[in-house]
Design a protein around this ligand. Structure first.
Ligand code: GTP
Ligand code: MG
Length: 216
């Protein structure tokens, strides 16, 4: 849940990259770090890994100042995707203001995507998140690989889902920013309602997305 610190005139927003093991959550964050304007981005922090695998979380800090002077700070986390780390996943997911689900497009990963999405749907209410209002976007990553589900197949499988779908290759950098901007757009709607970002802080939806995510 976003926290407004009135003394420091600072709003802190938590975003979480969720998904199965090796789907490319850490790679998405690394790419974002490279793509976003350096003056507003901090160093990416990676806490414990075993080779490629995240064992605890990664954290990318990001921030900008609204016209009113309010400092908007983002903390962008990845969860560890491996099934065994469910306790850590719940802890990282807790108090999220928005979630990006990173699926792996490879055909042989469809089951893992499904179980990880079910795990998100189960864990969100356990940590007090309301799935009906939680900003959520879905990215199918690894579009550069050969044996992947086609966009048509994925859109057909997800046709009843209310969340926007994106196609990306985090390795090559495509689709990473579009996914992030869509999440920002959805997050703004919730926060504006709560903190009157437009009314009190002179921060429009478009300005919020552009300031944090830049133009794709
Ligand atoms: N070909 C290809 N490989 C990718 C892509 N994104 C990530 N990878 C590779 O997939 C492997 C796993 O990527 P990570 O970003 O570490 O995956 P993760 O989701 O953070 O995995 P966990 O931390 O175990 O949950 C690495 O070898 C990446 O280089 C992509 O778009 N295309
Ligand atoms: Mg990782």
């Amino acid at each position: 849940m976003a926290e407004l610190d009135e003394r420091l005139n600072r709003l802190t927003i938590k975003l979480v990259y969720y998904g199965p093991a090796l789907s490319g959550k850490t790679t998405n964050l690394t790419r974002l770090h490279d793509l976003l304007a350096p003056e507003m981005i901090g160093d990416m922090m990676t806490l414990e890994t075993d080779g490629d695998r995240t064992l605890f979380f990664d954290l990318l800090p990001l921030g900008f100042t609204a016209p009113s002077g309010l400092l908007i700070k983002f903390k962008i986390f990845t969860v560890p995707g491996q099934v065994a780390h469910d306790g850590t996943r719940k802890a990282v997911l807790s108090r999220a203001d928005g979630v990006t689900f990173i699926a792996d497009s490879q055909r042989n990963q469809a089951m893992n995507n499904g179980s990880s999405f079910d795990n998100l749907m189960a864990n969100a209410p356990l940590v007090g998140l309301d799935l009906a209002t939680l900003p959520l976007v879905v990215q199918f990553n690894k579009r550069d690989l050969p044996d992947i589900l086609t966009e048509e197949e994925i859109r057909a499988r997800w046709s009843k889902a209310p969340w926007p779908l994106f196609f990306a290759s985090a390795l090559e950098g495509s689709g990473v920013r579009e996914t992030f901007n869509s999440l920002l757009d959805r997050v703004y709607a919730n926060l504006d309602h709560k903190f009157t970002l437009g009314g009190t802080h002179g921060l429009s939806r478009q300005a919020f997305v552009t300031a944090a995510g830049g133009s794709p």
